[in-house]
Write a protein of this length. Structure first.
Length: 287
């Protein structure tokens, strides 16, 4: 029987993530052949992972990578079964690696290479994982991208702003204001920038819900049709003001709408300022 050194056991453990005794037994079973021992442990890891394949991956982190020239950014949501694994340094390193690859290779959806990296770590840790979603957002010369990660990475936001005087986008006061807009989006998760961007089929569905609620409201029984139509329109208007970014109360001063806060910042900077797009990721959310 081959002599199994502590160094070999340690090396195998670092490579596979398996326990010390598992590594030693695998080496003994394969007469000290490192490659065969590694293969055996990987097979065991895959078997363990297969048993957990149906378990929900509702924990994880959002990762953001911004190009040094600010021309594009990548967002990645990587999921795991437990919050414990989501805090694992290897899990975090994997998320950052994937975000780097998305940005450098111009990737727009999960592919075999990225899913393979996730599978490798899942096999090593023996916990179900998944690359839920990823995307890129690009900026032109008159635009800027601002990122915000909330808490331990459960929410990630990127805001794209544009101006007729791009130099103001580098002004510290304007940059701080845009960062606050990103923080606002993280806090309030608007459905759309403004009313024109709200999906009309989805809005029609909400209108139907309001109608059912009104039909069940005893106070509205017998009201004229024109009055009911006005009440319904009022409910829709109020709802849109709650879900549309530009109409929400600004996070630092709810007496101001976001649109008004942007207008005041732009006026002070002496240029036009527009939020042209944003992306919001929350771990475990649909979409």
């Amino acid at each position: 029987m081959a002599d199994i050194s502590a160094a070999d056991v340690k090396k195998l453990r670092e490579k596979t993530g398996a326990g010390m005794m598992e590594c030693k037994n695998a080496l003994v079973e394969n007469d000290g052949d490192f490659a065969k021992a590694e293969k055996l442990l990987k097979e065991k890891g895959l078997a363990a992972l297969e048993k957990r394949a149906g378990r929900a991956t509702n924990n994880g982190k959002v990762f953001i990578k911004l190009k040094s020239d600010g021309s594009s950014a990548a967002l990645v949501e990587l999921n795991a079964e437990t919050d414990f694994v989501a805090r694992n340094p290897d899990f975090i390193a994997l998320g950052e690696t994937i975000a780097d690859k998305v940005l450098s290779q111009n990737i727009n959806e999960p592919n075999d290479e990225l899913n393979g990296l996730v599978q490798d770590l899942a096999t090593k840790i023996r916990e179900n994982m998944g690359l839920k979603r990823l995307c890129q957002i690009k900026a032109s010369s008159n635009e800027s991208l601002t990122q915000y990660i909330h808490g331990d990475g459960n929410i990630g936001v990127i805001v794209k702003c544009e101006s007729d005087k791009p130099e103001i986008l580098k002004d510290e006061e304007v940059k701080n204001f845009i960062f606050t807009l990103a923080l606002h989006i993280a806090a309030f998760n608007p459905v759309a920038i403004d009313r024109t961007k709200v999906d009309q089929a989805w809005l029609k569905e909400q209108e139907g819900i309001f109608k059912v609620q009104m039909d069940q409201d005893e106070k509205l029984k017998g009201k004229p049709e024109n009055v009911l139509a006005g009440i319904l329109q009022g409910k829709i208007t109020k709802y849109l003001s709650e879900i549309c970014f530009m109409e929400q109360g600004y996070v630092k001063d709810e007496k101001l709408t976001v649109a008004k806060a942007i207008e005041e910042c732009a006026k002070k900077a002496g240029a036009k300022l527009t939020v042209s797009d944003y992306i919001y990721y929350r771990v475990g959310a649909e979409g």
